[in-house]
Design a protein around this ligand. Sequence first.
Ligand SMILES: [Zn+2]
Length: 211
Amino acid sequence: MFGPPGVGKGTYAKLLSSKFHIPHISTGEIARDEISSGTPLGLAVKDLIASGQLLSDDVVTALVKERFKRGDVLRGFIMDGYPRTAPQAKSFDSYLGERGWKLDAVVNIKVDEEEIINRIVKRFTCPKCHAIYNIEYWPPKHSGKCDVCGGDLIKRSDESDTAIRKRLEVYHDVTEPVLAYYKAAGVVKDMSGTGGGVEENFGKLLQLLEK
Ligand SMILES: [Zn+2]
């Protein structure tokens, strides 16, 4: 799943994961595990995220390789948030190539930039179970409390207005070249993330993948 932050990559990846029973691999989630375990890698990751920067290619690839040691990837997998630089795409390709695997599709989700900013600044996260809420689109039942586990919702430091604008800038500079790389390989499928609700867009995504 490909696209700028805030387009719903994680949401669609989760839906695909439960429909096809293959793992949803989010570098964000692997990183959060490292952070909460307080490993040196986790601490470095925490500082970088707080300042709105991308993690170094080496750090991210180390996280992904750690995840790929688990056997659940053998029937397929959905990547969310990786690869997000051209060097990462190249190392991921050669990593997959060593196993005789390749990516079937790179779904490029397109959403208007002001809408992205609007979505992210209204987003709140549960630090316990990582459920995500949006005060406008999908608010929690009880203000400030997680529906799932009752935890206190927080505003992530990388989701302020300033941080998200910085992340979009970094996306254009560093991540967009990944799209050119996969376009050359002929695997990119464009999808609109605007308009219909999540369910309707997910229906379109399934049609796109059937092709
Ligand atoms: Zn929760």
